[in-house]
Design a protein around this ligand. Structure first.
Ligand code: ADP
Ligand code: MG
Length: 334
């Protein structure tokens, strides 16, 4: 038996955002996966939203670090410290050594998986179990994962796009590519630098993506241009320019096409029965990247399958991870 007040928690440890789900309560924290540290002493100055506000604005003695990269841990100690902060915050500061279910992208190595489990334990978990992200996303999106019918989910986060077909409680085929929100932001930064000799930061690039980014170059014509500020590479001075949505759509198209290829390859690998189920029920998009304008239409045109965005796409993985806490006792027997 668990002690009084000892709650199990589910964690969506994402490249961009970390969400904590507390058993019986639901999602209690949702913050950027960012840590600000003193570069001399390594002391943590801020975590989450507060640290994110510092990105690109830190003086020499402060580093704003994103400890997760491409869906996996890039900086182990910082990830463990960040997890501890979010877990304590979610549980109201009471360090009661919860059991933790935490997600990893499909297709990560055993070493990468072990690093996530160990980081959760260092952060205070009594025991930690992993669940594959697309499976959790499918549960959170309300797909009938346990039924003898094929479902397809595409989770587009900051670091990875995870594509999976699921049936009878398991993943049938999957792909994880390191092409998602961050790569789109990088493509925008490169495009603006090469075409306008203007240097912009990652926060500005993300704003451009969210406001005028479009998965369809053609439909970008209907979106207004955006005025942006950065630093002129030649003069070194601040400069303001207008960028058109069509140009931004062209700049990010390579990533959109890579996501479509991953979906097509995953579909090709499935049995005819599952492919037929997916055609009937459609593909469900989750993760923040699902909100890129015109994405469902573009994927649907390329695959000839209906495409839907899940309700609350940013929350699906955390909800699915939280719901699978129910199975923690079963997992412990293995
Ligand atoms: P992760 O699971 O990797 O932490 P999330 O699922 O939280 O990622 O999604 C974060 C990504 O979604 C970021 O790259 C962010 O810029 C992107 N994003 C958020 N809102 C939008 C939007 N409206 N349009 C396009 N991308 C978005
Ligand atoms: Mg995610």
């Amino acid at each position: 038996m668990l002690g009084l007040g000892s709650k199990n928690i589910g964690i969506d440890l994402g490249t961009a955002n970390t969400l904590v789900y507390v058993d019986g309560k639901g999602i209690v924290t949702h913050e950027p996966s960012v840590v600000a540290k003193n570069s001399q002493t390594d002391e943590i100055i801020a975590v989450g939203e507060e640290a994110r506000a510092m990105i690109g604005r830190t003086p020499a003695n402060i580093n704003a670090i994103r400890p997760m990269k491409d869906g996996v841990i890039a900086d182990y100690d910082t990830t463990a410290a960040m997890l501890k902060y979010f877990m304590d915050k979610a549980l109201g500061g009471k360090s009661n050594h919860p059991q933790v279910m935490i997600c990893v992208p499909s297709g990560v190595t055993e070493v990468e998986k072990r690093a996530v489990i160990d980081a959760a334990k260092v952060a205070g978990a009594k025991e930690a179990f992993v669940i594959e992200e697309p499976y959790a996303a499918a549960i959170g999106a309300g797909l009938p994962v346990m039924d003898p019918t094929g479902s397809m989910v595409v989770d587009i986060g900051g670091g990875t796009t995870d594509v999976a077909t699921i049936s009878l409680g398991g993943i049938v085929s999957s792909r994880s590519i390191r092409m998602a929100g961050d790569k789109i932001d990088e493509a925008i930064i490169t495009y603006i630098r090469q075409n306008f000799s203007l240097l912009i930061g990652e926060r500005t690039a993300e704003d451009i993506k969210i406001q005028i980014g479009s998965a369809s170059i053609e439909k970008a014509k209907d979106i207004d241009a955006m005025t942006i500020r950065g630093r002129d590479l030649l003069s070194g001075l601040p400069k303001t320019i207008d960028v058109s949505a069509t140009d931004v759509a062209s700049a990010i198209n390579e990533i959109v096409l890579a996501i479509i290829d991953a979906i097509k390859e995953t579909l090709e690998e499935t049995s005819p029965e599952i492919a037929a189920d997916v055609i009937d029920h459609g593909i469900v998009l989750t993760g923040g990247g699902a909100m890129l304008k015109n994405l469902p239409e573009v994927i649907s045109d390329a695959t000839k399958v209906p495409v839907f965005i899940a309700q609350d796409p940013l929350d699906c993985v955390a909800i699915g991870t939280g719901e699978s806490l129910k199975n923690i006792d079963v997992l412990k027997k293995h």
